[in-house]
Every structure is written in structure tokens, then in C-alpha cells.
Design a binder for this molecule. Structure first.
Ligand SMILES: [Ca+2]
Length: 123
């Protein structure tokens, strides 16, 4: 999918539409105010999953899925925490393994533990 998207963007540029990004490019970092969003690809691109803050604790292998229907487990590449809560993501279920905290209202274009997160909770 990444190669297809790049090809479409290149085609758009090739046609001379320099000032207007293609719809796929324009949707990068799409995330409603107050939500935390994770993306399958880097730079806020690829399929998205949104979560409306709170005290929920999630293991991603429990059926949590992107809009495209695939599992979040071991696939998150970028995070836009547009919520009012700091969120902790961990590489193992039940908040084990390596964890990093993503502050409220922060964007991370490429998470350090790329495609390894398996659980999350607010902190
Ligand atoms: Ca994992």
C-alpha cells in the first residue's frame, strides 16, 4: 500500500497539481479534537484507530482494529495524541515490555518501538 500511495502522489505532482495535495496525502494526521489516534504507517498515514480518552486499558490483541479491519497489535507506526490525557503504550500485553508515554496533544511521526505495541493505558 505504501508504494501505491507514493505512486499516486508522484502522479499528482506530475500532472502539475503542486499546491493541492491528493486526498490520501491530505488525510495525514486526521484526528478529531479530544481523541487519541494511532496510524498503521509513519507520519500520521495509513489506516487509523481513534480512542476517546478516559481510564480505559486495552490489550490490542483483544480485537482492537483499525478502520480497515486489521489488528492494532504489533502494527502501530505513528501516534497523534489529540486528547487531554497522557497515554502509555507498551510492547507487551498488560503494560509489560518496553513502554513509552505520549503526552496530551503531541504528535509522534515514527514511534521508537515501531510495529511492536501491544497495550495502552492512560497515565
Ligand atoms: Ca508486541
Amino acid at each position: 500500500m505504501k508504494k501505491i500511495r507514493v505512486a499516486l502522489c508522484a502522479l499528482t505532482v506530475g500532472l502539475g497539481v503542486l499546491a493541492v495535495p491528493s486526498p490520501a496525502m491530505a488525510s495525514a494526521w486526521s484526528c478529531p479534537a479530544g481523541f487519541l489516534c494511532v496510524y498503521k504507517d509513519a507520519n500520521g498515514q495509513g489506516s487509523r484507530w481513534t480512542w476517546l480518552g478516559g481510564d480505559e486499558q486495552l490489550n490490542f490483541n483483544d480485537g482492537t482494529k483499525y478502520f480497515d479491519g486489521t489488528s492494532l497489535n504489533d502494527s502501530i507506526s505513528s501516534i497523534f495524541n489529540n486528547s487531554n490525557y497522557a497515554a502509555k503504550f507498551c510492547t507487551d500485553k498488560n503494560f509489560g515490555g518496553h513502554c513509552l508515554v505520549y503526552p496530551a496533544h503531541s504528535k509522534t511521526a515514527q514511534v521508537y518501538y515501531n510495529e511492536q505495541y501491544s497495550s495502552m493505558t492512560t497515565v
